[in-house]
Design a protein around this ligand. Sequence first.
Ligand code: HAM
Length: 429
Amino acid sequence: MDTTLFQPIPGMADLAAPEVLLWQRLEEQARRIMPLYGFTEIRTPALEYTPVFTRALGETTDVVQKEMYTLADRGGRSLTLRPEGTAGVIRYAAGQGAAADGARLYYVGPMFRCERPQAGRKRQFHQLGVEALGEPNPAADVEVIALQQHLFQSWGLRDFTIDVNTRGLPDDRPAVAQGLAAAVRPQLDALCADCRRRFDTNILRLLDCKQESCRQVIAALPDMATFMSAPARAYLDEVVRLLAQLHLPARVNPRLVRGLDYYIHTVWEIRHPALGAQDALSGGGRYRITQGEKNFDGVGFAAGLERAVMAVQHDQPGWLAAIQPDAPVSLVALGAAARDANLQLAQELRQRGCACGLDLGDRSLKAQMRAANRAGSAWAVIRGERELAAGAAALKDLRDGQQTELKLEDVVAKLIAATGPTRVAPAPG
Ligand code: HAM
């Protein structure tokens, strides 16, 4: 038997109960918080024309060079499964014209990168992201960082750190690249093969390298900002001032570059210690993306939901147990007529917000009671010919075994009062 037929593709995962409850709760918190900052949801397609990504992210980035799932449609046009959300949102904004000026959009959904899978690194993963379109403005950058802190705190996360840096303006790039190249050149032989290639193609990417020999070279390099123009440095200073004003515990990390080419000015990464090697919970920054003739400026971030769930399970170990749904009521039938009546009763209870389960087959009383216990039901409603004729039911409290015979309407009233409408466990934080 080909067991691979029962497995998802490596690096992709099924998501089911109980973990999916935690995912739902994180998304619910996000949907509550986003409107507080003026963001509305956007759902862009998972598949786009390839240039949407190659142009926005940069031809020499790792994502474009190595990680995109690209295929041809029937007409031979190149399509790519989105590796991130920003490029699609900007493609949308470009199509909206002036109507998208100042748009504030958030998204939740799967992204695809053909990376080597490991803990916290998937080939299909999920991002929750925002994009706030508008001219460069340090206050807008800080507002988006503050939104992330608010969101992560609403998820009960405690131990995250916020690193910020600047990528400067496009005009600063040649000076930054030349300055870094001059500092790296004498030590080129100490670098790994990838970094020697990056030295020629995209020298900033070298600052990201995790190899120990490269790290030593990188640690001794001058800060990028020293090669930037005065306005670029002043922009970062203003961001730092405003972060302090909001008491956001961010620190400047002069080695932070981020892996995508669209960034200008502010970039940041939020890390969590429980995540191991892949410790970036979210990353973001200010960007400038050209679509057609027009430049689109904006600021945004994306958080990886797989990693967020791992971090929440670390910081709030009891949360998943606390959000299990209410134990349902089990409707137990003795005979075909009671089974039909239970289908009706279940519908009434569910429409009034009371979760319940019932036997749809022809199982014995014993088997149905066993199933009720297995489901963790607090109550069993038991009916046969006699109860039907009397308009009554036996209500058994499965926690203490007490059983009482009541009028059916009293059973319904009692169950609604005791169980529904479905209660929502409060979020920590
Ligand atoms: P990114 O840093 O490439 O930025 O991804 C953002 C987050 O997505 C990461 O911090 C991480 O939590 C998660 N992530 C990325 N790759 C994977 C993976 N293979 N497996 C699991 N999680 C992953 C962006 O995508 C930018 N679009 C963010 C942005 C929005 N910048 C401005 N606006």
